[in-house]
Design a protein around this ligand. Structure first.
Ligand SMILES: NC(=O)c1ccc[n+]([C@@H]2O[C@H](COP(=O)([O-])OP(=O)(O)OC[C@H]3O[C@@H](n4cnc5c(N)ncnc54)[C@H](O)[C@@H]3O)[C@@H](O)[C@H]2O)c1
Length: 353
């Protein structure tokens, strides 16, 4: 098991259930405890969590899975449950699930009675390396992703990597896109290591998850509220989010990481057009990402719609479209702007490679 120290809590990675049991018994022995799950984390992960002596008598609140349920209505259901069961401020809220449970459960518990303690058991790769770290909590509102939310840290994060065994391959790869992003913005050596990775070797994978969490944690520790360096984590996300939104209502919609993978190729090319990274590094990055993810056939008739979506991105500061680019593999450059022509060239680069 690895322990990664964050601001005022730790992230434990590997075989972590005994550690979780110890910590909960020590700090929350007599407290009222509520576990939040969706139907999949209830089926695949809850039995192990309920096997912990410290959580044996915890109540379980189950909600429906899916981004479409990360809403004020579901949050209100959680608040009603806490209120009608008369939970006081010493209670403990336990999130067991993917990024949707982690974001919404953290938000609901942090706003109930001005905040009760919560801990995370992330159960998807995306939530283990990304959503459960860094204290961004929230819900979608009026069709806008993460429109309502706060920054608040959990009391602990337990990354039980064995939970990933029931996750389907598409979901694993979606989380893996964020791992690639961590390498591209922070470490060329880590990027080289990823290119050698054997997905079947679980122990090797634990080590990869640990390194990704360390990279995200180091960045968040320097800039919790995303005023400067934390923006590095948005690499691939300006174009990626636009593509994700554009594909949202289609039959062949894309998972978050699948869209970010395209975004990372385009934004690496934009880094080249902006005079930073070499063409050799662009090709190394694009070839690797294309070897991991299935190619998506972007329709050039939609480029203008994508650019409109980018113009409405909440990360923009003034009139320009804001990007995090790469100075080279392993070094990010935040607060860059690119022209519409450059963005179209970058979309074409993805299409043709
Ligand atoms: N707060 C942050 O910093 C941050 C960062 C990245 C993403 N996010 C958020 O995370 C969400 C996406 O997270 P996600 O990809 O984990 O989605 P998700 O929570 O919808 O989980 C994906 C699917 O996997 C299922 N699942 C969960 N654990 C499983 C397991 N062990 N075995 C089998 N199935 C399992 C879920 O029920 C769901 O159907 C988005 O809402 C995004 O905004 C937040």
């Amino acid at each position: 098991m690895f322990e990664i120290k964050s601001a005022d809590y730790s992230v434990f990675v590997g075989d972590v259930l005994t550690k979780a049991d110890e910590l909960i018994s020590k700090s929350y022995a007599r407290c009222h405890k509520v576990i939040l799950v969706d139907e999949n984390s209830a089926k695949y992960c809850l039995p192990q969590i309920q096997g912990l002596a410290s959580l044996k008598n915890a109540e379980v609140l189950q909600i429906q899975s899916g981004e479409e349920h990360k809403t004020l209505e579901t949050t209100s259901r959680i608040w009603k449950h806490l209120s009608s069961n008369k939970l006081n401020r010493t209670a403990l809220f336990v999130n067991v699930g993917g990024g949707v449970i982690i974001d919404m459960g953290g938000f609901a518990s942090s706003t109930y009675k001005r905040g009760i303690d919560f801990i995370n058991f992330p159960t998807t790769l995306l939530s283990q390396v990304d959503a459960s770290i860094g204290g961004k909590l929230g819900i979608d509102f009026e069709g806008l992703k993460n429109e309502i939310g706060i920054f608040k840290n959990p009391k602990a994060v337990f990354v039980h990597t064995e939970f990933l065994q029931t996750l389907n391959e598409r979901q694993v790869l979606s989380g893996f896109a964020e791992i690639i992003k961590h390498a591209l913005i922070a470490s060329k050596n880590y990027f080289n290591e990823l290119q050698e990775l054997n997905f079947e070797n679980i122990e090797e994978f634990d080590n990869i998850i640990r390194q990704s969490i360390e990279i995200k944690n180091n960045i968040v520790l320097q800039d919790f509220e995303e005023r400067s360096i934390r923006k590095a984590l948005n690499f691939g996300h300006t174009i990626g989010h636009a593509i994700e939104s554009e594909y949202l209502n289609r039959k062949n919609s894309l998972l978050h990481g699948e869209a970010i993978a395209i975004g990372m190729i385009c934004e690496t090319y934009l880094s080249y057009l902006s005079g930073f990274i070499s063409m050799e590094d662009v090709m190394e990055t694009a070839n690797y990402i294309n070897s991991v993810f299935t190619k998506v056939d972007l329709d050039s008739n939609n480029y203008h719609r994508l650019i409109e979506l980018m113009q409405h991105d909440k990360k923009n500061i003034s009139n320009g479209i804001n990007f995090t680019l790469l100075e080279r593999i392993g070094i990010a450059k935040v607060n860059q702007t690119c022209s519409v022509d450059q963005i179209i060239d970058a979309l074409d680069f993805y299409k043709n490679h």
